[in-house]
Design a protein around this ligand. Sequence first.
Ligand code: PEP
Length: 249
Amino acid sequence: MRRSLIMGNWKLNGSLSMLAEFITSLSDQIDALKMCDIAIAPPAVYLHEAKKQLKNDRISLAAQNVDFNTGGAFTGELSPQMLKEVGAKYVIIGHSERRSYHQETNEGIAKKFALLKETGLIPVLCIGESETENAQGLTQTICAKQLDAILAKCGPDAFKNSVIAYEPIWAIGTGKAATASEAQKVHAFIRQHVSKGKDEIAKTVIIQYGGSVNASNADEFFAEKDIDGALVGGASLKVNDFLKIAQSA
Ligand code: PEP
């Protein structure tokens, strides 16, 4: 049985005081949130401190990016091993903001995916189409291409113990979420595409929805059978909103 995963992506936001507030509030409420797994992805500089403050292993940490090199002359980069050492369990890769502002390619993202798995970290692979692609009916084609790059690099079992976040680019930070039934159709497609008939993968791969999820619309998404939680941006910056989303799961 899959458990929903609610993950807050803080992006380039946060501070030590915000971190302490989150850890206190989430820890106080975690016993009431039995139905889902919870993770926060603060900027990587805060992970070590977060790990020290966290007393409850039901709250996990995620990093927002990683390099595809393990070490060496790569100024400014962080390796999977470093992220693991400071407490990350998950690493978000392929976020559309990184694809567009940092020119990340499907091939580079596939290298990151492979390295994370080798290191024992769980990749949270973000995929999704632009508004134009959506209007042209290309949603499944684009998602398939993004997934195929991973399957080509890591083989048919790539998505065992992995997380995919379907994040239509037009819904990210716009307040214009996909409808739950639109998202469900894409999630069902993704599940079938990555499992290729293998029951074990179909039943275990976690497929989150991301894109303007908030405390008011979360329950509609979580009622759909192939939507296993959410990757939350803006609404993850206020602990009460984030908790309300988790309560809907
Ligand atoms: C995101 O950036 O992953 C995201 C889903 O953002 P928002 O919730 O703000 O749309």
